[in-house]
Design a protein around this ligand. Structure first.
Ligand SMILES: NC(=O)c1ccc[n+]([C@@H]2O[C@H](COP(=O)([O-])OP(=O)(O)OC[C@H]3O[C@@H](n4cnc5c(N)ncnc54)[C@H](OP(=O)(O)O)[C@@H]3O)[C@@H](O)[C@H]2O)c1
Length: 265
């Protein structure tokens, strides 16, 4: 039921109509019995998003492509993880003070930890965008060695310098000997393309692309006998962490997973 006291939350991005976040969060909000609603807002700039959050007195928000980096400049406070990653995907509005958090890193690590130990493992991260920064940060915090591989080598080099790790061109990644491979490029989103051809048999392959649920990269990995992790797991775990930040309560993660899976094909 929407009331005069209903708390407003939402996701800001462009495009944003494909987002599964409203479905996931509204299901969890209803299950918890909170008087709150979560909507999607197409926005033209990071500033427009923060002005809207303030003007509408929103309790909080998620930020998605392409504003996760530029929104940093409009935050009143930054959580240390968001500062070190250089990107914000979650905002908490506490009486007009906007604090920026990054739950992508913990979401990715939570998804990986369901399947593998991370400490001491060698991980190859495909991509050097915002998601790659969050995943690389999380892996290093957990004690993994990371090699970053990207199409634009200068971006791989910059990311590797920031996190003091190795880098290679994307084309070399498929045959690099390592334990874990994680795709953070957008290749595969809504298509049946894979960012690389897998030659090495990785123990675990994680594709953070969540539409389709089973990507071409995960199909290749399964044929080679690797354990596979779909992007939906990260999507749900990062959403669950945002929910905890806004409501201070544990969401029904199983329900969030079921809703995401139902709408991801
Ligand atoms: N599952 C989740 O919870 C979750 C969370 C966050 C993001 N994501 C998904 O992760 C993907 C990346 O997000 P992002 O924020 O990091 O985006 P981004 O900052 O725009 O970075 C995109 C990355 O993809 C690479 N790329 C794009 N097209 C390519 C192509 N044709 N061939 C090779 N590489 C290509 C880019 O390489 P160049 O540097 O060479 O351009 C770059 O490394 C998106 O699909 C997003 O939806 C999922």
């Amino acid at each position: 039921m929407i009331t005069a006291n209903t708390r407003l939350l939402g996701v800001f991005g462009n495009p944003v109509s494909q987002s599964l976040s409203p479905l996931i969060h509204n299901a969890a909000i209803a299950r918890a019995g909170f008087d709150a609603v979560y909507l999607a807002f197409k926005t033209e700039s990071a500033n427009q998003a923060t002005e809207s959050i303030r003007a509408m007195g929103m309790a909080g928000a998620n930020i998605t492509i392409p504003f996760k980096v530029s929104i940093i400049n409009s935050m009143d406070k930054l959580h240390v993880t968001a500062r070190q990653i250089g990107a914000v995907n979650t905002i908490v509005n506490n009486k007009g003070i906007l604090t920026g958090y990054n739950t992508d890193a913990s979401g990715a690590i939570m998804a990986l930890k369901q399947r593998t130990k991370i400490k001491g493992k060698h991980a190859v991260v495909l991509g050097a965008g915002g998601a790659a920064r969050a995943v690389t940060y999380g892996l290093i915090q957990e004690g993994a060695m990371v090699t970053v591989a990207n199409r634009t080598v200068s971006r791989a080099k910059a990311l590797a310098r920031h996190f003091s790790c190795d880098f290679v061109p994307l084309a070399r990644a498929g045959s690099l000997a390592a334990d874990i491979l994680i795709n953070t490029t957008s290749v595969g989103m809504g298509t049946n393309k894979a960012p690389i051809k897998l030659r090495h048999r990785y123990d675990v392959v994680f594709d953070i692309v969540y539409k389709p649920k089973t990507t071409e990269l995960l199909r290749q990995a399964a044929r080679k006998g690797a354990a596979t992790i779909p992007g939906l797991d990260m999507l749900v775990y990062q959403a669950a962490e945002s929910f905890r930040l806004w409501f201070g309560k544990e969401p029904d993660v199983r329900l969030m997973k079921a809703v995401a899976a139902r709408h991801s094909q």
